[in-house]
Structure formats: C-alpha cells, structure tokens
Design a protein around this ligand. Structure first.
Ligand SMILES: [Zn+2]
Length: 343
C-alpha cells in the first residue's frame, strides 16, 4: 500500500485562472450568459487537442477563448479563485500561485486595475492559515505588443508582495512560436525591480533554443521547460542556476507535446538534478488536476514515496510562499513520509 498523494503537502505553481475552472462551473456560467460552447468542449470532455502544430494550438486557443468568454462578471471571477483554492486544498496543496492575464476580464469590470484587484482580493479572502494560501502571478501574452506587457508589469509591481493576495511573480504565456521572450525584457526588468519572481513559459512547444532565449530574462522558474531535455548542457545550466521547472505532464500529453505520459521526461530531468514543481496548467481543458500529476509520477515514472516527497519539497522551495507556510509544509512532508503504510 502506498501513501495517498492528496495528503502530501505541496505547492501548486502552474495553474491558469480560466483553465482552473471546474467543468460544471463553466457549464453554469455558459447557461447564465446564454453562450453556446463549442461542441468539442461540452460533448466529449476533456477535449482532444494535440496542439504541437499550429492547427492544434488554434483549436486549444479557441476552446480556451470560449471558456474565457463566459467569465464576464466580478462574481464569476471571484468564484473561479474560490473554487481553485478549494480544489487545491482538497489535493493537499498548501500554497497556490494562480496565473492570470487580467486583460481579457478588464472590459467587464471597469479596467485592468479592478480586474487584477478582484483576483487579489478574493485570493486573500480564501486563504486560510494552516490550510491554503493563494498568491497571484500576473502573466502577459506573447501575442500582444511588448508595451502591453510593460503596462501589466507596472500594474503587477504596484501590487507586489510576499503573502496571500499579493502579486508574487510575472510570467509570459500563450503560443511560444509567437513573440520572442527577449522582446519582453522591458516588462521583466520592471517586474525584477519590484522583486517579483520571473516565471515565463518556455520549452514546451519549442525546443532548447527557446529555453536558452528564456534564460536571457533570468527566470526564477520556467513554465514547462521540458524540452530543454533535448540538450543535456542546457539542463546542466538550468540545474546550476537552480531554476525550477514547472512540469505539467497532463498538459504535455493533452497538447500533444508528448504522445504519452511515459514520454514526458520527468524522470530524466529529476535524475539530472533539475528542480521540478508539478502543475496542472489547465485542468478545464486537460481533465487532470494537481494530484493526477503526482499519480503520473508514481505510476508511470516509478517515483516511490520518498521521491514523491522530493517533488513536493521542490514545489514548496520553488514557490514564493511565506516562511511559516514553507516550514509547516516541509514538516508536513516529512510527517507524511514517516507515517507507516498498511502492508
Ligand atoms: Zn501554462
């Protein structure tokens, strides 16, 4: 008998706001808004995506946009944060860093600032000491102008902090094949100056050269980064710099980056000494949540319980959680492993 992963304390560092939504919540919001969701999203959930080519990504983006179009009120925004926190807590997550680009919600709530402040306020409200804390990563989109990213970075910087309901980091998301990471250096510079964690996506749809470009903005963590495995010297550099890779196996398979969970190079990166924080990315579209990633590590990649605690520890250490959350979680991880299993 092995220990249940949902009681293993951990941090969740890669979860997008809209993508975190419960399927049932999306259905309810769509009904309220009288939005007709794409067939692929409602009839056969989770949808088949395979986005490694442009057409596949377009399909993913279309479904994502359809889901986002249902989020048109402060109430809906608060509900997403609240449910993400509840779902994370139920999976043993002690600390969630939810990633949001407030741009799409801004028109519905009176602008960028209120859009972000609603998310921050709800994150603070749902955080319960000893149970779950929620901080926020502001993410700019690669598909928009780098000046837009700077605007977002300035907004993020004004709300920078190190506790629940604060902006903790600044990211860059969306189609990696568009907008080179270096072009966003201006935004990252603003974020760095404010003390925010630098957490761009990279090395998901593109290979090692894209990860090398990402290193130019001096990331603390990289969203995905899995394809750095194609260049061992690059992996060594990531290890040397102590960068945490936010590895999301369910997402990689959902998007066709790898054909099967076994092909996700989790074991290789772990053996190379890379710091790894497992994440769910977009449960709404991939149909798998945080604990499913730990289950994949266990059942597909043969991680034993001690190795699972390594993953959990690295997720806490790679987070921006306050000191007391970290020490509580780390102690809880040791207790989890010390607990005898029924034989
Ligand atoms: Zn992501």
């Amino acid at each position: 008998m092995s220990r249940p992963v949902h009681t293993l304390p951990k941090a969740h560092l890669h979860l997008h706001f809209t993508g975190s939504m419960r399927f049932t919540t999306l259905m309810e919001l769509a009904q309220e808004q009288r939005v007709r969701l794409p067939h692929a999203l409602v009839e056969d959930w989770p949808p088949k995506l395979a986005a490694r080519d442009e057409r596949g990504w377009f399909r993913f983006q279309r479904l994502y946009d359809a889901a986002r179009a249902c989020v048109t009120s402060e109430e809906a925004m608060r509900r997403i944060v609240r449910e993400a926190a509840e779902d994370d807590a139920a999976e043993g997550s002690r600390w969630l860093e939810i990633q949001v680009d407030p741009t799409s919600y801004a028109p519905h709530v009176g602008g960028l600032t209120p859009a972000l402040e609603i998310v921050l306020d709800e994150a603070r409200r749902v955080s319960v000491p000893g149970r779950i804390g929620v901080g926020v990563i502001v993410a700019a989109s690669r598909t928009r102008h780098p000046l837009d990213a700077r605007t977002l970075a300035r907004l993020a910087a004004r709300h920078a902090g190190d506790g629940p309901g604060d902006v903790l980091g600044f990211g860059l998301s969306n189609d990696e094949r568009r907008g080179h990471t270096e072009e966003f250096e201006g935004a990252f510079r603003i974020a760095r100056k404010a003390g925010l964690a630098i957490v761009p996506h990279g090395g998901e749809l593109l290979g090692p050269e894209a990860v090398r470009a990402t290193l130019e903005v001096r990331p603390d963590r990289i969203g995905h980064g899995v394809r750095s495995v194609e260049d061992p010297a690059l992996v060594a550099e990531i290890v040397r710099r102590g960068i945490t890779l936010e590895v999301c196996p369910g997402s990689n398979v959902g998007l066709g980056v790898y054909a099967t969970p076994f092909e996700v190079p989790l074991r290789t990166l772990y053996e190379a000494g890379a710091r790894i924080a497992l994440g769910a990315d977009d449960p709404l579209l991939f149909g798998s949540r945080l604990d499913d990633q730990y289950e994949i590590a266990r059942s597909v990649h043969g991680f034993d319980d001690a190795e699972l605690t390594d993953l959990a520890r690295m997720s806490i250490e790679g987070s921006r959680a306050p000191a007391e959350v970290r020490s509580d979680a780390l102690a809880g991880i040791d207790e989890w492993l010390a607990e005898p299993t029924d034989v």
